[in-house]
Design a protein around this ligand. Structure first.
Ligand code: IFM
Length: 714
């Protein structure tokens, strides 16, 4: 039975801007993404995106310096798979279109878009396009075009081909993609039923084959009569990068739908989340999880682009967003995917070791701040390479995966080496200094998560995470001694890592009684919020970075993110920090509000928790950042899950025990969620008075529930 929380339609949305709708109704399967384009009037923003398929261009600097990132990596827009041409018997094209209805069913992954099409004679037909992607064999898309008369009956001609797509215009907005003009298209007609287009990137030297196949013919004539609907089915194939497509065992449209439905049914079984008491929030969280999963590369060779596969914003790059905002959802609901995301990092470990050397660090690995192929693609090092914290973020995600799965084999074969190489980086990158009369290990000239504060000494978040990273490496050295020897760890190195981890400096302001964002944070004047016009947000589009850097102003949660992760402050300190940092945070980054909401939930700032959550969970559905047209804010999709589960649901692994604390908002009657933990499938139900846990599959388990350790029977 269809469940309404899992259907999103145009009536649920505030905007009907075509490029915004293209993003919202985009569908993807981790390999390919298809924007919900108007099939008869292809826009500049339409097209297909393949995860990891990018072109390279040289980064042109006015003034170069040693070690700067050399090349842009830009995800390319490929032919639009939905595009079609429909004419009447006299070749009058039905080229004017009006979107009448559109809905995405998250129960089965089927997108249905209905248009009124009109030709120059003023005659109209109705076109409904049904699109769905295979999730298991993720090269396949199924399309069904249904044509009905409105006031036109007679001969109809349908022409379906794959065509190169226009690339839009260059822009100054750093969040958008640059344009690519170096693609080569070669088209082969296999026969009247199918064609293949081979697209080659001239500089990065990758190729990709896209194909379409129809059981009838790609150019066809039909007789449209009153009361009749013409169905035209097309199966599209988008091959693996650098591999040919194969036309064997082409599925029917119905088979594609069946495969897609089975995938999503299984997905919801393991990941269900239900908010009772607010239907629109319930719908929004389902949308977020659906799109997050659709965006995620699951092959160990690709990852999650910041905009998923819904748009080309941020050029299809992978950032720390994966580890800190997106992979928690997978670790707890589908650990196989979380594992694949780590495997991708493992695949770029060698490139990261090389990068550390370029930065003058003799040992260890530094992961690129933004990348597809492992090489740094950030041309702006103050808010790019200087965000060294990405190393520790990756280590943190490995720890989370380990805590939730106890997958020792994976840790030994993959995770440990990453944790060790990142720990080695910190050890060789930082240095001892005397601080307040004590010998402390410091990190100079770094940028924390907050991109409105750059190149500072001892960013609290960075230091805290580096400390954790090195401590975790020591734990793994002790747990896997043989592997440690294989990786060249000596007793001396182990002990140095342990000692440095203990000695990392964590800035704290005694007078304010709060963790201090960095050494100079509180010396700067506070940004003139009172005199900043509303239209000047986000600040990054209106002020020179150097102007922003000389004030206390945060784009996103920074120190508070560390607090959220380590959760070891007294309530009083939490409240003081929240109060301080909230006042200077603009939330110009979509990675911010989820953390503010989750912490507020934990410390019972109920109204704030709820208000921030409303914005977080609907960021794209209400176009809060006003750039959803460029693609979904995928970190925030994951962030909204973090808020519900780790914030309102108070879920964490603490001292080896799954810990659950009920912080349900008063507005909700009930919250039910499913997750996996140490091989069990659990269902947790929160009401304002009770927290109930069921083991749906697997053995009984001890869990700390609202402060009391209980054995939950299977
Ligand atoms: O990684 C983020 C960063 O934290 C804020 N700017 C956007 C990036 C991509 O989402």
């Amino acid at each position: 039975m269809t469940n309404n929380a899992k259907i999103i339609s145009i009536n649920d949305l505030k905007s009907n801007d075509p490029s915004y709708l293209e993003t919202i109704f985009s569908i993807a399967n981790g390999h390919l993404g298809v924007r919900a384009s108007n099939p008869v009037n292809i826009s500049d923003t339409a097209g297909t995106i393949v995860n990891g398929f990018f072109e390279i261009s040289e980064i042109v600097y006015g003034e170069k310096a040693f070690g700067y990132a050399k090349n842009n990596q830009t995800i390319v827009k490929l032919p639009d798979l939905r595009q079609i041409k429909i004419c009447d018997g006299q070749q009058n094209v039905f080229h004017r279109s009006e979107l009448k209805a559109e809905s995405l069913d998250m129960n089965n992954g089927v997108l249905v878009s209905t248009y009124k099409l009109t030709n120059d004679l003023g005659k109209s037909v109705e076109l409904t396009v049904k699109s769905a992607l295979q999730q298991a064999n993720n090269q396949v898309i199924g399309l069904r075009y249904e044509i009905k008369p409105i006031d036109y009956t007679g001969r109809i001609k349908i022409v379906k081909h794959l065509k190169a797509i226009s690339d839009g215009e260059e822009t100054d907005d750093p969040r958008k993609s640059r344009t690519v003009h170096t693609l080569t298209y070669e088209k082969h007609d296999v026969n009247s039923k199918s064609e293949i287009v081979k697209i080659t990137t001239q500089i990065s030297k990758m190729y990709l084959e896209m194909a379409i196949y129809t059981p009838a013919a790609l150019e066809q004539k039909f007789e449209l009569t009153d009361g009749k609907t013409i169905n035209f089915d097309v199966i599209g194939l988008v091959g693996e990068i650098n591999e040919p497509v194969e036309f064997t065992d082409m599925p029917t449209f119905e088979e594609v739908i069946k495969g897609s439905s089975e995938f999503w049914e299984e997905f919801w079984k393991n990941s269900e989340i239900k908010i009772t008491g607010d239907d629109s929030l319930n719908q929004a969280i389902h949308y977020n999880l659906f799109q997050l999963t659709s965006s995620t590369g699951r092959d160990g060779k690709t990852n999650i682009p910041a905009k998923g596969l819904s748009g080309t914003g941020y050029e299809g790059h992978y950032f720390w967003d994966t580890e800190m905002y997106m992979s928690p959802f997978f670790a707890y609901t589908n650990p196989q995917i979380a594992q694949k995301l780590i495997k991708y990092r493992y695949s770029i470990l060698e490139a990261s070791k090389k990068r550390a050397r370029e930065l003058g660090v003799a040992k260890g690995a530094l992961f690129a701040w933004r990348t597809i192929n492992g090489q740094e693609a950030s041309a702006y090092y103050p808010a790019g390479t200087a965000q060294y914290h990405i190393d520790a973020d990756i280590a943190y995600a490995i720890d989370r995966y380990y805590k939730v799965t106890d997958d020792k084999q994976f840790l030994e074969n993959y995770g440990f080496e990453i944790v060790l190489e990142t720990a080695r980086f910190w050890k060789n990158f930082g240095s001892f200094s005397e601080i307040h009369g004590k010998r402390k290990f410091c990190f100079f000239d770094v940028t924390g998560p907050d991109e409105y504060t750059a190149i500072v000494n001892n960013n609290y978040y960075t230091n805290r995470m580096a400390k954790f990273n090195m401590g975790f490496a020591v734990d793994l050295i002790d747990e896997f001694p043989e592997k440690a020897r294989e990786l060249g760890v000596t007793d001396q190195e182990r002990n140095e890592l342990a000692n440095i981890s203990e000695s990392v400096y964590l800035p704290y302001d005694q007078i304010k009684g709060i963790n201090q964002q960095d050494d100079s944070a509180f010396e700067k004047p506070i940004w003139p919020f009172d005199t900043t016009p509303k239209d000047n947000y986000p600040l990054l589009l209106h002020y020179h970075p150097l102007m922003i850097y000389r004030y206390q102003v945060n784009k996103q949660a920074d120190t508070l993110l560390a607090d959220f992760l380590f959760d070891d402050l007294s309530k009083e300190q939490y409240l003081r920090e929240y109060d301080y940092y909230e006042k200077i945070t603009t939330h110009d980054s979509s990675l911010s509000r989820s953390i503010f909401s989750a912490i507020a939930a934990r410390i019972d700032l109920k109204t704030k928790a709820y208000d921030y959550f409303m914005d977080t969970v609907k960021t794209d559905l209400v176009d809060l950042q006003k750039n959803t047209a460029d693609g979904l804010h995928v970190a925030n999709l994951g962030g909204s899950w973090l808020t519900v589960v780790n914030g309102f649901g108070g879920l964490q692994v603490k001292d080896g025990l799954l810990t659950i604390d009920n912080h349900l908002p008063d507005e909700w009657k009930k919250l039910t969620l499913r997750l996996q933990y140490l091989g069990r499938l659990l269902q947790i139900t929160y009401t304002n008075k009770t927290t109930q846990i069921e083991v749906l599959t697997g053995a009984s388990i001890k869990i700390r529930v609202d402060g009391t350790v209980k054995m939950i029977q299977a």
